[in-house]
Ligand binder design. Structure first.
Ligand SMILES: *[C@@H]1O[C@H](CO)[C@@H](O)[C@H](O)[C@H]1NC(C)=O
Ligand SMILES: *[C@@H]1O[C@H](CO)[C@@H](O)[C@H](O)[C@H]1NC(C)=O
Length: 304
């Protein structure tokens, strides 16, 4: 009986265990990204963190060649000197002195093959970002730039963003009592993990988990007293309002128009999911929205 349970447990774990590169634009040492890495590892995934050495907020899809550092990484988390490096006692935790899109590329093309014996990642998680990325900010967001780069390199990716948190060092994760940023970082990390579980568990349960050439832009709600991980409702949205026509997938009796992410996420305990073109960062066709809706059926979308 025990043996059977063990085998059943292994089957569940292996069904959802993916190789994931985690990146962001706030830097490799912020509490949010470390909480995310911890949550994904705890959920059984194989994880590499590959993120900028410093805060690179607002750098969009920019890229450059990594240069040797003249100063320590953010929060004094690495010594000056190198252009890239890792945590000496945990080679899964990596920084690069470049932009978010570069760190996604470094994780996919250099670190993953090194650490996983030539194998590429199954998925890239960008964020959760410190601050929402809705509407026009999709063009300047490094969180979105990194996810878009991953998709262009052939790896499915989602950008996640939260709000009401600050840039705090990962060392704050160990401080009791937890700061508001740390408790939000932990809640966002569990929401992202839940989102990925829903995506990875829907057949076909192997990559690519999303339609080609698109990425998802997910904004998570402000976590005030009434809004907790359990009460968050997921809503399929679009990034930009439409002036004419009914271009979207028909769902929730919407007559072919999805609600706009910026409006929905500020309305309450809603997490918005928008499908965007990985290169142009604009809304996608209704047939692609339909594919995303089908892929995320286990998430249990709500109507607003
Ligand atoms: C991060 O960079 C952005 C854009 O330059 C800036 O607005 C923000 O204040 C920075 N945050 C910190 C904590 O340095
Ligand atoms: C490196 O990893 C060790 C062991 O997990 C940890 O104690 C230390 O804080 C980490 N440092 C950084 C900068 O990641």
């Amino acid at each position: 009986m025990r043996g059977l349970c063990f085998i059943a447990l292994l089957a569940i774990l292996s069904a959802t265990a993916e190789r994931i590169v985690v990146t962001n634009d706030d830097g490799w040492a912020v509490a949010q990204i470390r909480a995310q890495v911890n949550a994904l590892v705890d959920a059984g995934h194989d994880v590499i963190l590959s993120a900028p050495a410093d805060n690179q907020s607002g750098t969009g899809a920019m890229q450059k060649t990594a240069q040797p550092r003249t100063e320590p990484c953010e929060f004094d988390s690495c010594p000056p000197g190198a252009a890239m490096g890792n945590n000496a006692s945990d080679s899964r935790l990596n920084w690069i002195n470049a932009f978010p899109a570069d760190s996604a590329q470094y994780g996919i093309q250099t670190l993953a093959p090194q650490l996983w014996d030539g194998v590429l990642p199954d998925f890239v998680v960008s964020g959760p970002n410190v601050g929402h990325n809705t509407g026009f900010s999709v063009f300047g967001s490094g969180t979105i730039g990194a996810a878009g780069k991953a998709v262009q390199l052939g790896v499915p990716a989602v950008a996640f963003s939260g709000t009401g948190t600050a840039h705090e060092s990962y060392t704050a994760l160990d401080i009791v009592p937890a700061s508001a940023t740390v408790s939000a970082a932990e809640t966002y990390a569990s929401l992202v993990t839940e989102f990925l579980d829903a995506l990875f568990s829907q057949p076909p349960t192997s990559p690519p988990f999303l339609p080609a050439n698109i990425m998802l832009n997910v904004n998570l709600p402000a976590l005030d007293g009434a809004c907790t991980a359990e009460s968050v409702a997921w809503v399929l949205t679009r990034v930009f309002p439409v002036l004419l026509g009914n271009p979207d997938v028909v769902t929730c009796g919407n007559g072919g128009r999805l609600p706009v992410e910026g409006t929905v996420v500020s309305q309450g305990c809603f997490a918005t999911v928008s499908a965007i073109d990985a290169l142009l960062k604009v809304d996608v066709s209704k047939s692609v929205q339909q594919e995303v809706l089908d892929r995320l059926v286990n998430l249990g979308f709500s109507c607003v």
